[in-house]
Design a protein around this ligand. Structure first.
Ligand code: ADP
Ligand code: ZN
Length: 186
């Protein structure tokens, strides 16, 4: 991705299934911004404290400090005047208000990088992701590896019979699967 910044903001979306490397890619971009001595703030929804409440952590144990927030509006109020980049992980867990917040930040000149699941465990588009992908300047879609057959995996298999859309968990509850191997357990 070649970005020429003529004093404008923009939105980057990193999406894909679980284990597709979304958080790794977000952290990679955060670290590159740090090498460039740019001021960056990282947020995530409070709901996702699987590994740490003050860091985003990838399944491969890459880490970056982050701040947990309950609502999208809190991101707006916490962004500091000299911040150049706003990164948000697990963005699918926020309400659709996050779309407006990301747009506002980009209009203010921020580089906004968000990472999130594009589909839920049934393969349905997840929360604000379709709108974020539509308004973003850059969309990166990652694939994991299907644990059943080794093909590229674009879905997240829930291994339990729980029905609610949000059940926070990792390898005990979810695995990456391709469209052929993915099934919705009823
Ligand atoms: P995401 O944020 O998309 O859930 P992470 O960035 O946290 O993904 O983790 C990606 C890492 O997960 C990979 O680099 C790899 O080490 C690990 N991993 C575990 N299971 C798989 C899988 N089935 N396919 C690909 N990577 C996997
Ligand atoms: Zn498969």
């Amino acid at each position: 991705m070649n970005i020429i910044n003529n004093n404008t903001g923009w939105i980057e979306v990193i999406c894909g299934s679980m284990y597709s490397g979304k958080t790794e890619e977000l952290i990679r971009r955060v670290h590159r911004a740090e090498y460039a001595r740019q001021k960056i703030q990282v947020f995530k929804p409070e709901i996702d404290d699987r590994y740490a409440s003050d860091h985003i952590v990838s399944h491969s144990q890459m880490k970056a400090p982050s701040v947990s927030v309950k609502k999208p509006a809190e991101i707006l109020s916490q962004v500091e005047a000299d911040t150049q980049i706003v990164a948000i992980d697990e963005v699918q867990f926020f309400s659709k208000k996050i779309v407006e917040v990301c747009n506002k930040l980009a209009n203010m000149g921020e580089r906004v990088i968000v990472a999130g699941l594009d589909q839920d465990y049934k393969g349905r588009p997840f929360g604000p992701m379709p709108e974020l992908m539509a308004i973003a300047e850059y969309v990166t879609k990652n694939l994991a590896i299907c644990v059943k057959c080794g093909n590229p995996a674009n879905r997240t298999q829930r291994l339990t019979k729980e029905k609610s859309r949000i059940v926070v968990g990792a390898k005990d509850i979810y695995e990456a699967r391709c469209r052929n191997c993915h099934e919705v357990l009823e």
